[in-house]
Write a protein that binds this ligand. Sequence first.
Ligand SMILES: *Cc1c(COP(=O)(O)O)cnc(C)c1O
Length: 477
Amino acid sequence: MIYDQASYTREEEAQHEPLLAEKDETTVDVREESPLPEELTREAVTLPELSEPEIARHYTRLSQMNWAIDAGAYPLGSCTMKYNPKFTEDVAANPDGAVHPDRSSRSVQGTLEVLYGLQEYLAEIGGMDAVTLQPPAGAAGEFTGIRVAKAYHEANGEGNRSEVIVPASAHGTNFATAALAGYDVVELPSDEDGRVDLDALEAAVSEDTAALMLTNPNTVGLFERDITEIAEIVHDAGGLLYYDGANLNALLGRGRPGDMGFDVMHYNVHKTFATPHGGGGPGAGPVGVVDELAEFLPTPRVRETESGSGYERFEPEHTIGKVQGFEGNWLVLIKAYAYIARLGDEGLADAAAKAVLNANYLGERLDLEIPYGPYHHEFAATSGDRDAADVAKRMLDYGVHPPTTKWPEMVHNAMLTEPTEIENKSSLDDLAAAFNRAFADDDETLENAPNRTTAARIDQTSAARNPRLSWQALDGE
Ligand SMILES: *Cc1c(COP(=O)(O)O)cnc(C)c1O
């Protein structure tokens, strides 16, 4: 008999007692008296009885109330929301790849070969010497990288370095990472051109400097042309240079953080190599380091065996420990591997070129001012004295997803836009039209927008502070 627990109430379940009576002596009956306190157990749930078409329509309707990269462009600056090619799903869904992570190295040589291959790919792409795949998100990669930097300083008797320098325009996770790792955060103002102010940097570094965290191109898409001087200033002070890899897709195959003087970096494989965004956890944010820092990386890593005939896991000599289970999120990592392998050197360099071309084509078509340039894969337009959030809401009425708004703060009413390399000309034209029309609409229209979406102006604070993450019956249902 097919026994579908989910569709039975507790009372109905009781009617199946005869089935349970047939159990042999050694079976543990988990459904007798619940060991949980009363207040922790649920009421019997009365689930609606629905037919398959009703359910299909219900979920299809829900999916249409939302926006997705499979539905249209998603030009959120810094987030790099790009389409994930479906062939990577096929690769990850291969049953041969579904091995238990706790199996012996000897019995999972294929898995280790892919992990090793990905470490090597990423090291080559970033100009780094060693890579860990373990961190489960970009932000977790940052935290891992800064902890590795800290372990390095401590091993050199310089554990008293207490400061991490972060540009004012940096992503919030950089400040959080530094603070969480126990550092004081020193904010670095940008110069008039929107880049690192060298004089301010000179003034900020000292024997207290543990690291400077930087992304390049920076948050408004500008390449830090003085990167070699920046590296020199930080290194002369005894600090390390950290690369926030969120913008790496502008550099792929054209420039490498390692060659610019960076010592440690994370890769947002969901921004650069088309794996799913992990929502802070179930993704991947590998970390690369130069030789001097390799012995502090999380454990385990994967290497070739001495004989060169296979692969093995190993623990770096002075590892900071684990930051995630096993080698990291295998089913995410294998997608990054597949994407890189499919595109190859030329494909990756081409992706970067198109990301930059698309941003520049779109930027050229906008009636909004773009204060800083020349920009690469993203730009920060300003809506001037119009509220950027209102313009963004109005863009929804024109059938596109708006860009990131009001960040970074160095641009007033910023609309940080990143179309990514996957959009074609007509899609970019649609985006430009939506931008320009919304920008031209009168104040009242903007304030009342959007009119064509399921939800209009959501109370974001309540949604974040008091999230309702499970289904709740409305009164009377
Ligand atoms: C996205 C982003 C991060 C954080 O990465 P997650 O993978 O989302 O945790 C860090 N820095 C910058 C500049 C980013 O855009």
